[in-house]
Design a protein. Structure first.
Length: 418
């Protein structure tokens, strides 16, 4: 099978989520991603609990499939020279340290582009490679806060609310991957590499680009809505409701249909006077009376089990969706059909499941080629393919310029993953 990014080589210095999720996208579609890790101990993400057998972190493994690992002391002269040799044939060097770290290590754009003019040096950071915040630490929650996203989220009663996961890390990682892909495409036309600059703050702000663009042009503001309504400019027909059995569902009643209120009111079994109330027949009227209409719907919906009330809405051609907990998410038949749960055997751990690849291509699909690697697992393979002799590999091991968990295991040291 031909993979979309077959023949592309990435030296991956990234850690945690923002960087590794991005390089994993290219790895899933065939790129050779060589994870460059601290000697023996690996990247800090490996130590995120909880753990499976022998200290294997599923949290870390979620972003590190289809990668090889080399473990190099890049602060040593020998280790740095080794990276320079690998960079000669690399297409991308990716990192998500704070700006300036790679330069201080001698592995920034100036040094690497002198070695390989076609190389793409891709940086992911908190705020960008320059500017007043360049030395600030970047983090998902900080990006949600500074970008206005938290202020948009939640209700008038709760105040600002962050997302339930590290959403901006993930969104920024997808933009980071996009930047690397665009740079590869540009190189096909120009023959030159370039710098990719991606950051958390930009990702968080562009997550609400419609609201942001509207504000910039009209001054429209977005106060947090009444509890139960999902967006400040929407109505009680766009929200989330609890049912008689303690379950929740999302109601998307403003879109795709006419007679918005009448359909929802009939589904809930409201009295005809409420169904026909002239105040509620337009979206402007529903916005004006958001609290009253939300209360009417919530009280009515709470009388029905979720399955029944959802069926009533569907009979009115109104879109609804269950609010799934994790048990339901990964048992959902469409989730399974879309291949969003994949499984493979990991030596020393057993069968491991991952969230799968979200994008499907008919001719060059993503696929699981390699399970997440042990620290330095591919030292010999990667270096040999770069033309490093067995004798020199032995010298690098002896000088501790490289090292691996496998070597430690053979010597009777700690088990893999620990």
């Amino acid at each position: 099978m031909t993979d979309a990014f077959e023949g592309i080589r990435i030296l991956d210095f990234t850690q945690l989520e923002q960087g590794p999720s991005a390089t994993q996208v290219l790895a899933d579609f065939g790129a050779e991603v060589i994870k460059v890790e601290r000697i023996d101990v690996g990247e800090i993400g490996r130590f995120q609990p909880p753990f499976l057998a022998n200290g294997f972190s599923p949290h870390w493994s979620a972003t590190n499939r289809n990668k090889k690992s080399i473990s190099v002391d890049v602060k040593s002269d020998q280790g740095r020279e080794l990276i320079y040799e690998l960079a000669k044939d690399a297409d991308i060097v990716a990192s998500n340290f704070r700006p300036g770290v790679m330069d201080r290590l001698g592995l920034g754009w100036d040094q690497l582009s002198a070695i390989n003019p076609r190389i793409i040096v891709a940086y992911a950071s908190g705020y960008g490679l320059s500017g007043p915040y360049v030395h600030r630490r970047g983090q998902d929650l900080a990006a949600q806060a500074i970008s206005g996203l938290m202020a948009l989220t939640g209700s008038a009663e709760t105040g600002p609310v962050p997302t339930g996961t590290f959403m901006i890390d993930y969104l920024a990682s997808m933009q980071f991957a996009q930047g690397m892909m665009i740079a590869l495409a540009a190189r096909e036309r120009t023959g030159r590499g370039q710098v990719v600059d991606s950051n958390l703050m930009n990702a968080a702000i562009t997550s609400h680009l419609q609201e942001g663009t509207t504000y910039l042009n009209t001054g429209q503001r977005y106060p947090r809505p009444t509890a139960g309504i999902a967006h400040p400019l929407n109505t009680a027909l766009y929200g989330y409701y609890e049912t008689a059995d303690g379950l929740w569902f999302a109601l998307i009643g403003e879109y795709y249909v006419d007679d918005h209120w009448k359909r929802a009111a009939r589904a809930c079994g409201l009295d005809q006077q409420h169904v026909d109330d002239p105040r509620f027949q337009t979206l402007d009227g529903l916005r004006e009376h958001a609290e009253e209409t939300h209360r009417l719907l919530a009280d009515a919906i709470r009388k029905f089990p979720r399955a029944e009330i959802m069926a009533r809405f569907e009979a009115e051609d109104v879109l609804v969706a269950p609010v799934h907990d994790y048990d339901a998410v990964f048992d959902d038949p469409q989730v399974r059909h879309n291949g969003l749960v994949i499984e493979a055997e990991v030596a020393g751990v057993g069968p491991v499941k991952w969230v799968g690849m979200p994008v499907a291509l008919s001719d060059t699909p993503a696929r699981l080629r390699l399970v997440p690697p042990k620290v330095g697992e591919h030292n010999e393979d990667v270096l040999a393919s770069a033309g490093v002799s067995p004798e020199r590999i032995a010298e690098l091991k002896a000088s501790r310029a490289i090292g691996s968990e496998l070597d430690a295991e053979r010597a009777g040291d700690r088990p893999a993953w620990s």
